[in-house]
Write a protein that binds this ligand. Sequence first.
Ligand code: PLP
Length: 371
Amino acid sequence: MIRLSKSFVGQAEIDAVTAVLGRGFLGMGEEVGRFEEELSTYLGGANQVVCVNTGTAALHLALQAIGIGPGDEVLVPSLTYVASFQAISATGAVPVACDVREQDGLLDLDDARRRVTTRTKAVMPVHYASFPGDIQGIYGFAKEFGLRVVEDAAHAFGCRVEGSYVGNFGDVVCFSFDGIKNITSGEGGAVSSSDEVVLERIRDARLLGVTRDSERRYRGERSWDFDVTHQGWRYHMSDVMAAIGRVQLKRFESELAPKRISLAKRYRLQLQSVQGLRLFSNDVAGVVPHILPVRILGGRRDEVRMALEAAGVQTGIHYKPNHLLTRFGAGKQRLPVTEKLYSELLTLPLHPQIELADCEHVAAVMSSVLN
Ligand SMILES: Cc1ncc(COP(=O)(O)O)c(C=O)c1O
């Protein structure tokens, strides 16, 4: 079976975790502080990074820190993991589902513009399949309407826009380090920003709102006589997770990123001439693909999917649109492009243990069904 996705860790991660286990403290301590500094340096040093226990927690805390709450609306593309929507609704705000662009599955700003109201406070662009797209256009739109921007960059760790890493510019940027992302810390996530107020709120809110507890924990201490001023959560990252993440970060540029890029290139080469198949126009320098969704036209997606399964190839569908879920409207709203893409999407296996020959096998099966 060629798996759709897979955690890719080795002896170096095992050694790093073993070292932390031997220290006698597994919670949030110096290892997390180091991981945050290394992430910030890697991204370019303009922003500071705060680590949390999931990408969803990163989004939730980012929204809370910019002041999103009950009565507010946040614009978000419907074609995203339910994490984006749940993070918004966790603050008490309403996620306003927007349509996406057919060519890349990213937020359609014309559609978003029509949904702006006096309650709209923020926009959450999602870097679908690791493509930040016209991120300057998003910031221009946000400026026009006085909105904050929380980038859902769960797919886009290590991606660049005109030479700058995602997370080294912009307003508030959230990453996921779950088990199958571009880098992993087991589970995990991070927020990157240069907004000191936002960073401080997130540092506190990840530790139940205990003020300035983070800096004590980095020194191996704890807070006993403390104050709490805001709602907080248990969303901090552990040293065990940070130990895995630090090794993955070291391996990223030399090993993990080039592998993902070369696999995506091979798929594209093999698939470009297959009839009834369309590739997204996200093959842009600087993109390190976390997933590789393609479009199968003519109502044949499920047929192709079954043929791949029979040939030992696992596939996925990223994503079931959120506006179709019971909690977020049960399809009462119509988003034509998102729904069209949903009927066509098929995600092909992509992780560092796939071989180029696997891509060729996958493409050959698809070609034999479609050509
Ligand atoms: C687009 C998107 N947003 C948010 C998340 C949430 O990240 P996590 O799984 O680390 O909570 C994911 C993760 O799968 C994602 O794909």
